[in-house]
Ligand binder design. Structure first.
Ligand SMILES: Cc1cc2nc3c(=O)[nH]c(=O)nc-3n(C[C@H](O)[C@H](O)[C@H](O)COP(=O)(O)OP(=O)(O)OC[C@H]3O[C@@H](n4cnc5c(N)ncnc54)[C@H](O)[C@@H]3O)c2cc1C
Ligand code: FES
Length: 468
């Protein structure tokens, strides 16, 4: 009997709460735009710190964005990061980054216990490894950097992976969970606490004290943007400082039992973590083939992923197959904090670099502290005005040059192949049957309708040419 692969993430089997759209103009103390994991956690932290009259809006439903397609490792082990942070930003900032993420792991444990959430939260080790002799030194540097910052990181010669590694570092006391079960429970807690959640309500703009949406305006003292790619970009040049990067994931059955979580330190390398299927059987969530959205679409990434899965786990079969993209920053550190420096009380959380489980929690802690205490112990490492605009702008120009070649495509689009966000080229993605923007990662379906922003408008049709 052949069993069909489900083309959705495993988490999406979870039924999320249903909510209504915004009924019209309202007032709030704090409005959070975006009910993904980071928006829900911001609302939860504000509620726990005594803020009343909180409103949360989402263009779609709760956790309908990247959170639905994550691999949900809860870890401060973010690839080869600590050696780079110590070198580039100094030990103090590196310590702040680590402390914010370690604090996030602890918060998960505390919240799950306090709210009695059944979300498969499982403590484990997180490993970064290499199979390449040339990267052994980088692995050793990372172990030293982590130890210097106080992590009990160990270099280990052997892992439980189905191949030999050349070097590996183990971080203890990390975890994984079911993100939508967790988020669904938090929605319930927020609703019972009187927080108002409105779905199918898209924010179109914001300025001091007001968010404009397609269903009405929300006047609020505090505005927090948790929309993944920011829906505002008036004066921070975020379009030049953030890009999107895609990854592909297969949930493998009959791949044996895995205990810990693993990440290859090479770009586009493998990622592994265990997960129980709905029937309690073990699965391995196997990810790879990262690439910048709208780039590197020469090969079929799902085919590559499944081929690798068969090679590593010959007995296995893919039960679920999905892909998603996250916002990336050029220095590897998210943007969390005040969006403006003019005291407009607008805050932002983005650029999680595929580590939004802890970064989203860190964002909730930082922003809620800034609102209720006036400051956060971690804010300096993540602030938007951390002086990298020149660097990012240069990188953006390089990116723009890289993508020029993408205009040449063997497929004739039925649209102007020009993204409606800021006019960059869009490119056909054969894995997903979508048009993907080569600059900031907007995605459009084959009819040209927006699947994910920042673009808000569909692609412009060329008369006389039919969609693919
Ligand atoms: C393949 C993959 C694997 C990953 N694995 C991990 C992992 O193992 N561990 C980890 O820590 N991180 C991981 N990440 C990263 C993590 O999943 C994300 O950083 C995180 O889910 C982002 O959460 P968010 O709330 O910021 O965004 P989202 O979940 O995208 O939520 C944003 C919400 O905002 C809404 N929205 C957007 N625009 C508007 C608007 N204009 N008005 C109103 N609402 C709007 C959307 O509908 C959406 O619901 C992974 C990412 C990818 C792509
Ligand atoms: S997403 Fe910005 S130009 Fe396309």
């Amino acid at each position: 009997m052949t069993v069909e692969v489900k083309r959705q993430s495993f988490w999406q089997l979870e039924k999320m709460h249903g909510f209504h759209p915004l009924p019209g103009d309202i007032q709030a103390n704090a409005v959070i735009v975006g009910a993904g994991l980071s928006g829900l956690l911001c609302a939860y932290f504000l509620y726990r710190k005594g803020v009343e009259n909180i409103v949360l809006i989402d263009a779609d439903g709760p956790c309908s964005g990247v959170t639905a397609s994550t691999t949900a490792k809860i870890t401060s082990q973010h690839g080869l990061i600590y050696a780079k942070l110590i070198k580039g930003l100094g030990k103090e900032r590196a310590l702040q980054y680590l402390a914010a993420n370690e604090s996030a792991i602890q918060h998960y444990g505390e919240i799950i216990r306090r709210e009695m959430i059944d979300c498969g939260f499982t403590p484990c080790n997180a490993w970064i490894y290499t199979t390449n002799d040339r990267q052994v030194e980088a692995i050793e540097d990372e172990a030293r950097a982590a130890q210097q910052l106080g992590i009990d990181a160990e270099l280990e010669p052997v892992t439980e992976l189905p191949f030999a590694v050349r070097g590996a570092v183990r971080f203890p006391n990390q975890a994984y969970f079911h993100p939508l079960r967790f988020a669904s429970h938090i929605c319930g807690v927020l609703t019972r606490a009187g927080c108002k959640i409105y779905t199918h309500t898209k924010a179109t703009a914001a300025e001091a004290g007001i968010v404009y949406t397609d269903k009405g305006n929300i006047r609020a003292k505090h505005i927090i943007s948790c929309t993944h790619y920011p829906f505002i970009d008036k004066h921070s040049l975020l379009f030049a400082r953030i890009y999107q990067d895609r990854s592909y994931v297969a949930a493998l059955k009959d791949a044996g039992v895995m205990r810990d979580m693993y990440l290859d330190c090479a770009d586009g390398g493998f990622s592994f973590r265990p997960q129980k299927d709905t029937d309690g059987r073990d699965m391995v969530l196997f990810g790879a083939y990262d690439h910048k959205t709208g780039h590197d679409s020469k090969e079929l990434h799902y085919d590559g992923l499944l081929k690798d899965a068969r090679r590593l786990y010959p007995e296995s079969r893919a039960a679920y197959l999905w892909s998603a993209q996250d916002c990336m920053t050029h220095d590897g550190v998210p943007y969390i904090g005040r969006y403006d420096s003019a005291g407009e009380n607008i805050y932002l959380a983005t650029g999680f670099n595929k580590w939004g489980m802890t970064s989203g929690m860190a964002a909730a802690e930082i922003i809620s502290d800034m609102i209720t205490r006036g400051r956060s112990d971690f804010e300096d490492a993540f602030r938007l005005d951390r002086g990298d605009v020149g660097l990012q702008a240069k990188s953006f120009v390089k990116t723009a040059a890289d993508i020029a070649g993408n205009f040449a495509s063997h497929i004739i689009p039925p649209f102007k192949p020009v993204c409606t966000h800021m006019g960059c080229p869009v490119k056909w993605n054969e894995d997903e049957n979508t048009w993907d923007c080569t600059c900031h990662g907007s995605r459009f379906d084959r009819e040209g309708k927006v699947i994910s922003g920042p673009a808000l408008k569909p692609l412009e049709r060329i008369d006389g040419i039919e969609p693919l």
